[in-house]
Design a protein around this ligand. Structure first.
Ligand SMILES: NC(=O)c1ccc[n+]([C@@H]2O[C@H](COP(=O)([O-])OP(=O)(O)OC[C@H]3O[C@@H](n4cnc5c(N)ncnc54)[C@H](OP(=O)(O)O)[C@@H]3O)[C@@H](O)[C@H]2O)c1
Length: 414
């Protein structure tokens, strides 16, 4: 607690809990189990002094009773209002709410700085994987160049199933059956959930405020099974990858289905897991991975934040820096073309690609009756140049269906 009188050694540490759903209920249970151990090394035992849901509890009473508030309500309002009121009343706060931080992070950080309170949010990014703390504290002396993340376990599970031969629809149904995907999975499969998390990652890695609407993202709904099959022949595996990187004087934040070569640390992350790779000249590369969601797992990250506040852990992110967000960056691409099997096709394709500065690294060609598939991986090219080339290719009479492209990460660290 920051605004009130210091607590005596041994007094209970009073926690108010907003939200008692999947994570809130698991948090209450975990706190009860761990309270004695926390008291043993902290001197104070955390206790929950009040719980707020739609049908029970009073925010005012919980605020008055608590030293720290844990927000596990989710969504924008009233979560934002509750957190701002708690911070203004001098309470430290912990949240797992990525939507809120990716929309109103700067307002919350600034208010927390003004009032000298702590605002912790480890569970908002990759569940129990300690990405926030590592970026904020362990790597605070390291100039970070790039962060790649698989930050949505639902889509990673679906892509793992597709890599084993399931269609997108079958894989999604399986994810829903097991409970990895919600009945309405649109936030996950559209890439929006990952975009919210990458906005937060970019703020931590580069100090630049990023609103979710500034993150370019694409989901996995339109992927075709044969893209995965051809890519396998080229030594590539498909993941939904979030990227936050420094390019010259600007930064780029984006989420796209992306192919990785086998030697990339994210290539081996399968099933409902999350992983984040941080790259810097100083450290080469660090990868952290683990469960990205689940009530108990998320609750353990939330409780870690509570303990961090109790032990005087980090302040809210420093005042923001100004750096432009780049719209157009270079990437390597996988291109899939369904073409007529006739003379002149390859020459036409390579001419258009050449005119747009797209150079080819590898090609797989397959004949199928009077049609052929051309699958290529390009070298680095500006996204806008590739998009223009794809538009031009679609105009050829010999192109039988809309050309498809998927980004490729070329780096391998093994
Ligand atoms: N679930 C995960 O695996 C996971 C992983 C990482 C992060 N998170 C984040 O953790 C947070 C909580 O997620 P969850 O899955 O636990 O959500 P949830 O199961 O839907 O629970 C939400 C809780 O908030 C309460 N609530 C909702 N609107 C409220 C309002 N207007 N006033 C007071 N209480 C309200 C609900 O009350 P009722 O009980 O009355 O409905 C419920 O207790 C979210 O920000 C989510 O993004 C979740």
């Amino acid at each position: 607690m920051s605004a009130e009188a210091p607590q005596e050694e041994g007094a209970p540490f009073r926690v108010g809990l907003l939200g008692h759903g999947t994570v809130g209920a698991a948090f209450e249970e975990l706190l009860a189990q761990r309270a004695d151990e926390i008291a043993r090394f902290n001197g104070r035992r955390p206790v929950i002094v009040g719980v707020l849901t739609r049908s029970r509890g009073s925010f005012e009473e919980i605020l008055a009773e608590s030293e720290l508030l844990v927000e596990l309500v989710g969504g924008l309002e009233p979560a934002r209002e509750y957190l701002l009121r708690a911070i203004r009343a001098g309470r430290d706060v912990v949240t797992a709410n990525k939507q809120l931080l990716s929309h109103h992070g700067e307002e919350l950080f600034e208010t927390a700085r003004e009032h000298g309170v702590r605002l912790r949010f480890e569970a908002a990014v990759a569940g129990v994987v300690p990405v926030v703390r590592v970026l904020e504290e362990s790597l605070s002396a390291t100039p970070i160049e790039r962060v790649h993340g698989i930050v949505n376990g639902t889509t990673n599970f679906i892509l793992s199933e597709m890599a084993s031969g399931s269609t997108y629809e079958q894989a999604l149904a399986e994810a829903q059956r097991i409970g990895y995907a919600e009945a309405d999975p649109s936030d996950d499969v559209s890439g929006r959930d990952a975009a919210a998390k990458m906005a937060i990652v970019a703020r931590l890695a580069f100090g630049v405020p990023v609103h979710i609407d500034q993150v370019r993202y694409e989901g996995i709904e339109h992927l075709e099974l044969d893209d995965l099959e051809y890519a396998r022949e080229l030594g590539l595996g498909l993941k939904l990858v979030g990227t936050a990187e420094r390019r010259g004087d600007g930064i780029s934040v984006r989420v796209y289905p992306t192919f990785l070569y086998g030697g990339h640390p994210l290539a081996s992350i399968s099933g409902p897991f999350n992983a984040v790779t941080v790259e810097s000249g100083t450290i080469t590369e660090i990868t952290m991975s683990g469960p990205g969601a689940g009530g108990r797992q998320t609750a353990s990250a939330v409780l870690g934040d509570v303990v961090s506040v109790m032990t005087g852990g980090a302040r809210p992110p420093a005042a923001p820096l100004a750096m432009p967000l780049l719209e157009d960056v270079e990437s390597a691409f996988y291109i899939h073309l369904d073409v007529a099997d006739e003379p002149g096709v390859l020459a036409g394709v390579t001419r258009v690609l050449g005119e747009h500065d797209v150079s080819i690294k590898s090609v797989v060609q397959r004949g199928m009756d009077e049609r052929a598939r051309l699958v290529m991986v390009t070298h680095q090219v500006l996204e806008s140049r590739l998009a223009a080339a794809m538009k031009k290719l679609a105009e050829f009479d010999f192109v039988r269906s809309a050309p498809r492209s998927i980004r490729v990460i070329e780096e391998e660290f093994m």
